[in-house]
Design a protein around this ligand. Structure first.
Ligand code: CTP
Ligand code: MG
Length: 232
């Protein structure tokens, strides 16, 4: 048995700005997508035998050529993504092989620097029997719930809150069932689709390095992180 990873990389990166879609923006000479694939490949205990990447329509062939050198013996499939992230994940999930795969990861190309141990913890938890697994980190800000006019409604106890990262890991049947149920409106991650089915989602320790490149200042953070890793 081995695992597969679905990589949504079809977003425009509107909050980051610039001409190039976010997954193809370069940091330290490589695209975020290349960094992400390399990071997944480095997680040897995850046994990834298949990479499925969802990209902007029309970019499939070029991206396939660009990524091929980084996947080694694993299979690489590149599909056109959709209008929203769940559409892109679904398009990729549709071509993940059924046979021989005991864990499917879903990993944002934009979380390009996730450490191998986080990926391996997620896969290990799925293999230990969890149906859905998310890496989490403590929230550092105080979080408030607000009403329609911006007024504070309440302040949840911060010790019960976590921020969720990717890769998220799933028993293949559970992820397929969640996407087949189709209730993707307002959904921001795949675990949430499983929660809606009543599936228990387990947490494992994430990492600050698994941050999502979202805004321009995140590129500076990425450059700093790469520079620091090169010194190690
Ligand atoms: N994504 C995707 N298909 C979409 C939208 C997003 O595959 N229709 C992917 C992005 O490429 C990214 C991940 O989902 O790797 C997380 O999304 P996000 O950080 O929101 O990226 P973008 O949607 O590209 O950015 P923005 O929301 O700022 O436009
Ligand atoms: Mg987005």
């Amino acid at each position: 048995m081995s695992s597969a990873v679905v990589i949504p990389a079809a977003g425009l990166g509107l909050r980051l700005g610039g001409e190039t879609p976010k997954a193809f923006r370069e940091v330290g000479g490589d695209s975020l997508l290349v960094h992400a694939v390399r990071g997944l490949k480095a997680a040897t205990a995850a046994d990834l035998s298949c990479f499925v990447v969802a990209v902007p329509a029309g970019a499939e062939e070029a991206v396939g050529k660009e990524l091929e050198p980084y996947v080694g013996d694993a299979r690489l499939l590149v599909v056109a993504g959709g209008a929203e992230r769940p559409d892109s994940v679904r398009a990729a999930l549709d071509v993940v092989p059924v046979d021989g795969i005991d864990c499917i990861l879903v990993h944002d190309a934009a979380r390009a620097f996730v450490p191998a141990d986080v990926i391996e913890r997620v896969v290990a938890a799925v293999r230990a029997g969890a149906q859905a697994v998310v890496p989490v980190v403590p929230v550092t800000d105080t979080i408030k719930r607000i009403g329609p006019n911006g007024e504070v409604v309440d302040t949840p106890d911060r010790s019960t809150l976590v921020a969720v990262q990717t890769p998220q890991g799933f028993a293949p049947e559970v992820l397929r069932r969640a996407h087949a149920a189709g209730a993707a409106i307002g959904v921001t991650d795949d675990a949430m689709m499983c929660e809606r089915l009543g599936v228990t989602v387990q947490t494992v320790e994430g990492s600050p390095d698994a941050f999502k490149v979202t805004r321009p200042q995140d590129l500076l953070l990425a450059e700093a992180l790469l520079a620091e890793r090169r010194l190690r």
